[in-house]
Design a protein around this ligand. Structure first.
Ligand SMILES: Nc1nc2c(c(=O)[nH]1)N[C@H]1C(S)=C(S)[C@@H](COP(=O)(O)O)O[C@H]1N2
Ligand SMILES: [Mo]
Length: 186
């Protein structure tokens, strides 16, 4: 019997280049496009930010109905650590706020969250995942801020070591979204 985690998410990828080249390619295109980049991510190395839109009740910019949080504010929220390997990275410690805390800050009230990577990847995840699991929006990896060229500025990280192999099987890995700058609540 397939686990509910193994649904087929509406996931779309921009390219299938070897992963070690992909973040560099995304950085290059961000630089070529000029600042600011997607979701308020500046191409000039200034502080990144996360923008939340869609079915939310709190706005930092009521005009565009968006809630944008800077890296320093995100870093001043209660932080959680997750020490885990992924299918393509060695064991390491990720740190950041709980996704459910971030969603609460924006007054999120939908049932799904669509995440956008700076590389044009996007995927929709049920909001229930963030109450069921202590998922974080990681901005540090082994104590260092995540840069665009190493899966930053933000990486959706699940507490993989606390989850069953059923829960982390199938298409689960597609939900470990890196280079996140924007999320839309639906
Ligand atoms: N930004 C972004 N995050 C992403 C992806 C992607 O293409 N872009 N691919 C997802 C998928 S489907 C998997 S399996 C893992 C690892 O991607 P890879 O197998 O392409 O290295 O990252 C996930 N997060
Ligand atoms: Mo994947």
């Amino acid at each position: 019997m397939p686990s509910p985690m193994n649904h087929d998410p509406a996931c779309r990828r921009a390219r299938s280049a070897p992963s070690r080249f992909r973040p560099a390619a995304a950085l290059l295109s961000a630089v070529l496009a000029g600042a600011p980049g997607p979701g308020g991510l500046a191409a000039d190395g200034s502080s990144p930010a996360l923008t939340i839109s869609g079915d939310i009740g709190h706005f930092t910019d009521p005009g565009s109905k968006t809630y944008t949080i800077s890296l320093p504010s995100l870093a001043s929220m209660p932080q959680r650590n997750i020490t885990t390997a992924t299918d393509w990275t060695p064991k390491g410690t990720f740190s950041g706020p709980l996704l459910r805390d971030l969603l609460a800050k924006a007054g999120a009230r939908g049932t799904q969250v669509k995440f956008y990577g700076a590389d044009d990847y996007s995927i929709t995840v049920p909001i229930a995942d963030f109450s069921r699991y202590d998922v974080i929006l990681a901005w540090r990896w082994n104590g260092k801020p995540l840069q665009l060229e190493n899966y930053g500025p933000f990486w959706v990280m699940y507490p993989i070591p606390t989850m069953s192999s059923d829960e982390t099987g199938g298409t689960f890995t597609s939900k470990l979204i890196w280079q996140v700058t924007r999320m839309e609540v639906r």
